[in-house]
Design a binder for this molecule. Sequence first.
Ligand code: HSE
Length: 447
Amino acid sequence: MGQVLRIGLIGCGTVGQGVVRLIRSEGDAIEAKTGLRLELARVADTNLAAPGLVGVPEDRITADANDLFADPSIDVIVELVGGTTVAREFVLKALQSGKDVVTANKALLARYSREIYAAARASGRCIGFEASCGGGIPLILPLRSGLVANRIHAIYGILNGTCNYILTEMSAKGKSYAEALAEAQAAGYAELDPGTDVQGHDTAHKLAVLASMAFCCDVDLDRVHVEGIEHLDACDLQAGRELGYVCKLLGIADQTDAGLSLRVHPSFVRADHPLAGTNGSFNAVSIYGNWVGHTLFYGRGAGSRPTASAVVADLVDVGVGNAARTFERFRTLNDRTPPPTYAPIEALRTRYYVRIMAVDQPGVMARITRVFGDRDIGLRAVTQHENEDGEPSAVVPVVVLTHETTEGQMRAALEVISRLEVVRARPVMIRLVQEHEEYAEPGVNPS
Ligand code: HSE
């Protein structure tokens, strides 16, 4: 008989059930390929009925995760509880009891990876976290292995399946925000609290994990600028489409002259942008390296089967010893890397879409455009839709696309515009994100 990896699974929800099913149906094929037998020793869930739904025998189910830590025959704990409270406690206990850990928990790693990696080293164990970013898409392994020869310049990612599903349904099918969110939840894409998805925090967690590895630095989650999709208005998605743009929630980590820029925000990308065709629950992540250039990773970023695929990949990585070797040797994880220099959001240089609700009367357009001009913000397109019923002084949307400017200048201009008495609501601003220059290196002129 070949080698056996005895697994303790904590949390048998959407992803946990996927892991159980995958091991049952693919275990033999995985053993044939790798010589490693995956054996599900014990499953813990406070809902004792959940593991039974996917055929786990009763004598292997417990409500108490401590039973798993106390079982010396278990080699590795898979943590799929989510959140940062009991999950943190479980991961630390698993490591202290001499077990390796595989987790899909990006919120935990984004906040506590320094502590968790240090605890793993103190116990001589390792952590696998492929499933934490991009669901089934391999991203952690490429950063650790296939791209290791590169200095990474930038990451642009659609990293939340729920948000991408909602934006796709709203803009392509005209569904309401609430309807699209309910569908994403029913399909098992959303976090327990969907606020984490739609407010952009889940994307920020994944961005922090990826950026830490890619740029070999200890990212502070609180330094990621985060804006979600919950306040987006369908009329802006529609206006963007008419101008040739699609709206995506992007997580961006970009090495700039001002430092590492980390941001999550709704973004208009042109229809020919590499990320524009990523629809539904799919994720896509562009990683730019100084030798490889642009690489693009695409796949299902959420859901039971894809995420289980990544969890089991980590189990094999742990079982055959790859995870332990690189974890022990590399100096790429937060507990062994310095903090980066952060670029302030005000230093960001980009183009903007702005919608201003203004009174339709003589001189209004001139007043608005003057505010931009006074701050050296060039306008590339200005559109005012006709006030169809012809009422005098009706309020109409004025849509402006700017040339590149700084966020600081744009914020100052919008502050002034929102105080004009002819403007009736806070202007809406969505950043226009262009394709990253393939070999752009801060401070170096390409030769
Ligand atoms: N809630 C996440 C998403 C699940 O929608 O992408 C995967 O992390």
